[in-house]
Ligand binder design. Structure first.
Ligand code: NAP
Length: 472
């Protein structure tokens, strides 16, 4: 929750500022959409335009005047015009003196200009108070009211009062302002809508890499090997059998990779004897995208469940089962019931079901609407304790499935072990190291370190020195 006192202060002034006249330069898509929304919220809107004949698209309660006339009617002027046309404002510099100019513009590329659009505007009209806002909201979302996913409006500017006035408008139209500081932040705010899933890149590329690796690995073992040695065509495995092998492998590997950075961080902290020393950049970045890694893992687990449902209706499976029954009938032979096998099979299925259930629970609690309704301790309990339990259940599910493969020489084709054996490497490492870290002789110092204790206080003096020096 944003507890910025300036926001609270502005909230109280919202009602008194209503019905104020706001000017919008530009009657394009964004200007019109914002105008509609502001009129609905009780503002009176005047458009500054080159076309003085109002079109049917312009809200009927709004006035359309020349730029000069419109600017004289309001203190706040929203510039809903692309940056490349800002030059037309130069002759209006005198009228715009002392006014609050709201820059809503976006660019087509990241860091397209060396100077942000808002700073450029401030440089063109030095007498105006420029505030950057609204660029993260689309005209379509404003007009259709589909603002659930993008209620946040980043606001920045050098003049506090002007910023507060703009934040009042943001609130009045039903959005949430987020104060990002001075106009220096404008470049970052302008880059924000241009970023394409920045936190998802690593998890998606990693999962695609793992999928490709295990696909070719399984293709060699399960399709090419039988073709070469037994002259059997199992190419149809590509449709269901191989994907149903890859999905659980990738899901388990990614789930283990969610917990691996935490274990590495604990080892680093124990080794350094302090938490006041930065982790390497790659570890920081890895930790920041753990939620996305977990959600991609859940998607793969979900696919595995779907593929598993169709197993009984597959032609190949039905044919194999019928052949087995027929051969037993012809040979007048029945396989004995082996209790151990039924225990192993049922445990394997039960662990899979429970593991998937907890996996879904983890996914649900990572949704912002759910995670916002639990406190930090509850969130940590679910993501850490239940998360490790999920990893244990899923690893055990795979271990029981692969149990008969480990010691069976025929499961090593061209010296390649079954793919599910490979998928167990990272989860087993994570679980073993975590198990070791739980021992009191390591857990106690680690807890102390995380509470601020340092093994070598000289280090803190040194870091304080560095911090103080950089502050100077
Ligand atoms: P648009 O539909 O192309 O409208 C731009 C408006 O600028 C025109 O309707 C025109 O208004 C005015 N204009 C064009 N050339 C001009 C010139 N040479 N001199 C003076 N005025 C001129 O663009 P838009 O989609 O509304 O976008 C406007 C701004 O909002 C852009 O900076 C954009 O980055 C930003 N924005 C847009 C969205 C969105 O979803 N569309 C979202 C966030 C931010 P008049 O004909 O009335 O003069």
């Amino acid at each position: 929750m944003n507890t910025n006192p300036s926001n609270i202060m502005a909230l109280t002034s919202t009602t008194s500022n209503k019905k104020e006249t706001v000017c919008i330069f530009g009657t394009g898509d964004f200007g019109r959409a914002l105008g509609y929304k502001m009129i609905q919220s009780g503002y009176s809107v005047v458009f500054g335009s080159r076309q003085l004949q109002p079109s049917s698209l312009i809200p009927k309660d709004a006035e359309v005047l020349s730029h000069t006339e419109a600017a004289q009617k309001a203190t706040i002027i929203i510039i809903a015009i692309p940056r490349q046309h800002y030059n037309f404002l130069i002759p209006l510099a005198e009228i715009l003196h002392g006014k609050v100019l709201v820059d809503v513009s976006n660019n087509l590329k990241l860091n397209q200009y060396s100077q942000s659009n808002a700073e450029y505007l401030a440089q063109l009209i030095p007498g105006a108070k420029v505030v950057k806002a609204f660029n993260t909201v689309s005209a379509w979302a404003l007009q259709s009211g589909a603002l659930d996913a993008s209620r946040q409006v980043f606001v920045c500017g050098d003049d506090e009062k002007a910023k507060q006035m703009v934040m009042d408008i943001v609130r009045a139209v039903g959005l949430t302002p987020l104060d990002r500081g001075s106009l220096l932040a404008a470049q970052e705010i302008e880059n924000y809508p241009l970023q394409l899933f920045p936190m998802w890149k690593f998890p998606i590329f990693l999962s695609l890499g793992l999928t490709a690796f295990f696909f070719f690995y399984s293709l060699i073992r399960d399709v090419i090997y039988p073709y070469v040695y037994e002259n059997q065509d199992f190419s149809f495995f590509i449709a269901i059998s191989i994907p149903n092998r890859i999905c659980p492998i990738v899901a388990l590997s990614l789930l283990a990779l969610v917990y691996l950075p935490g274990v590495l961080a604990a080892i680093i902290q124990l080794y350094r004897g302090t938490k006041y020393s930065r982790f390497p950049d790659w570890l920081d970045k890895w930790m920041l995208c753990r939620k996305q890694l977990g959600l991609v893992a859940l998607a793969f687990a979900f696919l595995h469940v779907l593929y598993t449902f169709v197993i009984p209706i597959r032609y190949y499976v039905r044919w194999k089962l019928n052949s087995l029954i027929l051969s037993q009938a012809l040979n007048n032979r029945t396989d004995p019931f082996i209790n151990t096998y039924s225990w192993l099979n049922d445990s394997y299925l039960a662990l899979g079901i429970l593991g998937f259930f907890l996996f879904v629970l983890l996914g649900i609690t990572s949704l912002p609407s759910v995670s916002n309704s639990v406190n930090w301790r509850e969130f940590r309990f679910v993501q850490s304790k239940l998360g490790y339990l999920t990893l244990i259940l899923c690893t055990a599910h795979t271990l029981i499935y692969g149990e008969r493969l480990f010691l069976n020489a025929s499961s090593y084709r061209w010296y390649l072990p079954n793919a599910c054996m490979l998928s167990l490497i990272v989860p087993c490492i994570v679980l073993v190291v975590k198990f070791v870290l739980v021992f009191p002789c390591l857990d106690k110092p680690l807890t102390q370190i995380r509470q601020g204790w340092e093994r070598n206080p000289r280090h803190s003096e040194q870091s304080n020195y560095i911090i103080n020096k950089s502050a100077v």
